[in-house]
Design a protein around this ligand. Structure first.
Ligand code: SF4
Ligand code: SF4
Length: 146
């Protein structure tokens, strides 16, 4: 009985993620607290990744989170930041309870659309909600109805 309820729950969850939230992946795992994602940050705003310090300085006025970031280096895709709220000794967030929503939701699959990846050490991983065969069947069905 437990197995059946779990399976219905999983199906409903998959339906919600796919059809309502329009997601393509299911996130699994937990945060291991390595702090890596707080040391290598790209910032995207108004459709593009921030590449210049001037752009970034303007953003600081928009949300307190931006004032926590410090430029580490310049990458060909944009500026790479680290967060000053990260305790370098422990790898933990020093404002954990008051961290930005962005931090609470990290990682989201949208980072793949930005060309980003999650590190190998990250405790999270993403599993496609539909298998390759299921996607192929859908495409075939669409082709046949046109
Ligand atoms: S506020 Fe905390 S969780 Fe967010 S990037 Fe900074 S250290 Fe990481
Ligand atoms: S990289 Fe992954 S495991 Fe490490 S702190 Fe960020 S979310 Fe947690």
């Amino acid at each position: 009985m437990f197995l059946k309820i779990t399976s219905i729950y999983e199906k409903l969850k998959t339906f919600f993620l796919l059809k309502v939230l329009r997601k393509k992946y299911r996130r699994t795992g937990t945060c291991k607290g390595c702090g890596r994602c707080c040391r290598e940050i790209f910032v995207k705003h108004a459709g593009g990744v921030i590449k210049e310090e001037d752009e970034y300085n303007r953003l600081k006025k928009l949300h307190p989170f931006y004032s926590y970031l410090k430029i580490r280096y310049k990458h060909e895709d944009g500026l790479v930041f680290e967060c000053i709220k990260l305790d370098k000794e422990t790898g933990k967030c020093t404002i954990y309870k008051n961290r930005a929503l962005l931090c609470k939701l990290y990682p989201q699959e949208e980072i793949f659309m930005l060309g980003g990846v999650i590190s190998d050490e990250c405790g999270y991983s993403f599993i496609p909600l539909e298998t390759f065969e299921e996607v192929l069947q859908k495409v075939n069905r669409k082709v046949q109805t046109h």
